[in-house]
Design a protein around this ligand. Structure first.
Ligand SMILES: Cc1ncc(COP(=O)(O)O)c(C=O)c1O
Length: 377
């Protein structure tokens, strides 16, 4: 089965080519620190920018097409998260964005969706410059994506990336500090950095990885097991965005640091790119399913292959029949956005966009086999 995420057990020990995440990031970023989650990194970065004047009610502009919990650190700092509309290309709707900008705008956030550079980035940077506010470069999706020698996430005054979206680790993220003032004024909170010992979270993650691996050996076993567990939970409630933010408030785990320290970024990027190309090629003949990005610029390390379809649930069912697991539409939008007419495009994208896995532990031939199964009714 093709799984959504890479496996800790397949990640193996450092190879001779391994350089680890730290030297890789160090090559591109001026200053950076590790955190448990991208949201926590964002919190510490934003705290540097906040105006000390208590009478000022500042706002931060973020794209409407964004997972609901991402604005929690903004709220925690008593700033107003203000959503701007997006285009179907994932570029900001610049008319809408400029209408929402005002003298109290502290920062504007751009997002490098799925590992690709933010469409319309130059225009966004020009607007941010004109208004004299800060720019946050959210690169949660792809820690290894480099665009013309700039690591995504380091375009802004500050930026973030999530290591746990790339690697089989319990948590992990990076805060990039690019602007001089941000570098000078940065003060890490007690939750910055890496845990100095393995803890319960690490052991639980290892245990889960072993169980998942064991269940995947038997076709259908994982699905049945998850159904069984879901049945035992009386009312499976989804935690609120705030609860999810709080639950991930921790330094980066020691296991995460260990795994991230042993990776070969070049090999990971090569495999993800090959898998991306294979999906795009096989979907070329699949009617009604359109990849959002059809070209793969040099240096880009895709998180997934995002595809648009009018029938996401049928497509997911079809892929499950062909052995692709854990598929879903992306993301869970904020209630301030979902269904609102001013955010129609973001709402539509969140219903139509399915993400296909390309991670480094998928063998390209497994994706080719999916292509053959798709052709057989
Ligand atoms: C675009 C974007 N930004 C930020 C985040 C937050 O990252 P983390 O989950 O590491 O806190 C996410 C998480 O899904 C995301 O998709």
């Amino acid at each position: 089965m093709i799984s959504e995420t890479p496996s800790l057990l397949a990640s193996s020990l450092p190879s001779r080519q391994s350089t680890g995440i730290e030297p890789f990031v160090d090559r591109y970023a001026r200053e950076f620190s590790f955190y448990g989650s991208g949201k926590l990194a964002l919190r510490d970065g934003l705290a540097v920018l906040v105006d000390a004047d208590p009478d000022r009610e500042q706002n931060v502009l973020v794209p409407a097409y964004l997972p609901d919990a991402v604005v929690e650190p903004i709220r925690e700092l008593e700033l107003e998260p203000r959503y701007y509309a997006v285009e179907r290309t994932l570029a900001p709707d610049f008319v809408d964005l400029e209408q929402r900008l005002d003298d109290d705008t502290l920062a504007v956030m751009s997002v490098n969706y799925f590992g690709f550079p933010q469409p319309g980035l130059d225009e966004l940077m020009a607007i941010v410059d004109d208004y004299g506010c800060y720019h946050i470069d959210d690169n949660a999706h792809a820690p290894l994506s480099v665009d013309r020698d700039t690591l995504l996430g380091t375009h802004g005054d500050l930026g973030i990336t999530s290591l746990w979206k790339l690697l089989p680790v319990p948590n992990g993220a990076v805060l990039y500090r690019t602007d001089d003032a941000v570098i000078d004024r940065y003060e890490p909170s007690p939750l910055a950095g890496v845990h100095d010992a393995f803890d319960g979270r690490d052991y639980q993650y290892v245990l889960k990885s072993v169980v998942r691996e064991a269940l995947d050996v038997v076709p259908g076993a994982r699905h049945s097991f998850e159904r069984l567990l879901a049945g035992r939970r009386r009312s499976p409630t989804v935690p609120t965005p705030r609860q999810r933010y709080e639950a991930w408030k921790t330094p980066m785990s020691k296991l995460s640091a260990f795994v991230a320290g042993g990776i070969d970024p070049v090999a990971i990027r090569r495999t993800r790119r090959a898998n991306f190309r294979t999906w795009v090629q096989l979907l070329d003949s699949h009617e009604g399913v359109d990849p959002v990005f059809t070209t793969l610029p040099e240096g880009i390390c895709p998180q997934v292959v995002p595809v648009r379809t009018d029938s996401p649930h049928e497509f997911i069912t079809e892929l499950e029949r062909c052995g692709v697991g854990d598929l879903h539409t992306w993301p869970r939008l904020s209630t301030a956005v979902r269904g609102k007419s001013e955010y129609e495009t973001a709402t539509r994208l969140s219903r139509e966009l399915v993400t296909l896995p390309v991670h480094q532990h998928i063998d390209t031939t497994a994706i080719e086999a999916v292509g053959e199964s798709l052709r057989r009714p």
